[in-house]
Design a protein. Structure first.
Length: 296
């Protein structure tokens, strides 16, 4: 038996996994009965090895979540033991489970690698967002139509007014005859309002607004005039939805820009000011440029 050959082979095989292991960053997480330690994690995009230690009194699983989707998990980690999990992560914001489902979730921020080209927006991304807006507008107009049909009395209910105001922004994008605001009339009739909303519903079904058009409409309303209470509620709801729908793509593209948009929406929600509305207007313009919406 050639012991020298065997020894050389053993040394070579042991060197490969050691070198490979050193090239992948490792993150240690301890999970006890109430939370993870640490609760907030930040890593660079690419392959990451998580070492999960169970410091609780029962078997548990640890998961990485993207919304409701499980990205990766380790199950049945016994008390006092640990398991390793290597995951290839894209830039974005994720959540982690921390033992019991009733425990608070941890956060995991995955940053783009330094010097990388970053995420390249695809046409499919924009199409998916526009489709989601179409579905949103159709369901909103359906709900609004049901509210108008249920309305009784002479005064329009406050909830109906707020939902109507939120739709008015996007209704202007379909056609001029769909943009008439029936609520500016001092005494609007239920019949006239129902006809208006039914028209919006039909237009939402028949047409898809481009994301560039949606961004323009929001920008126009931000600087149109001093918003009334009703318009303010409607526009803040629209901006919140805009942020929500763009979140998956913007997390990959520029999470800092998304955070800035969220901060300014919250500031405007607390107190209306022209300065904050101008900042929001600028945020939308920068996002439109990053997504190359003019060409979409």
């Amino acid at each position: 038996m050639n012991y020298r050959l065997m020894l050389a082979g053993a040394l070579f095989s042991s060197m490969i996994p050691l070198s490979y292991a050193q090239s992948i960053p490792e993150i240690k997480i301890s999970v006890n009965d109430t939370q993870c330690d640490p609760m907030a994690l930040s890593v660079t995009a690419g392959k990451v090895r998580f070492i999960i230690k169970n410091n609780s009194m029962r078997a548990l699983e640890w998961e990485i979540l993207k919304g409701v989707r499980v990205v990766a998990e380790r199950e049945n980690i016994a008390p006092g033991f640990y398991q390793k999990m290597t995951v290839d992560l894209e830039p974005g914001h994720y959540a982690t489970t921390c033992g019991l489902l009733t425990n608070p979730r941890g956060s995991l921020v995955v940053n783009a690698a330094a010097g990388s080209q970053g995420y390249q927006v695809k046409r499919q991304d924009i199409i998916a967002i526009e489709a989601e807006y179409k579905y949103l507008l159709v369901t909103q107009t359906q709900a609004l139509e049901a509210q108008v049909q249920a309305w009784q009395g002479s005064k329009v209910p406050a909830d109906l007014v707020r939902q109507y105001a939120g739709m008015l922004v996007f209704a202007r994008g379909f056609a001029s005859d769909a943009a008439d605001d029936k609520l500016v009339v001092a005494k609007v009739s239920r019949r006239a309002l129902l006809a208006q909303v039914s028209l919006w519903k039909r237009r939402a079904r028949e047409n898809t607004l481009s994301l560039f058009k949606i961004t323009q409409l929001l920008q126009q309303q931000l600087l149109a005039s001093e918003p009334t209470s009703v318009a303010w509620h409607g526009l803040t709801a629209d901006l919140t939805q805009f942020e929500k729908v763009l979140t998956p793509v913007m997390h990959k593209l520029d999470s800092k820009r998304l955070s800035a948009l969220h901060l300014h929406i919250e500031q405007w929600r607390d107190i209306d000011s022209l300065a904050v509305r101008q900042q929001l207007h600028a945020d939308l313009g920068k996002i439109a440029t990053q997504l190359k919406l003019e060409k979409s």
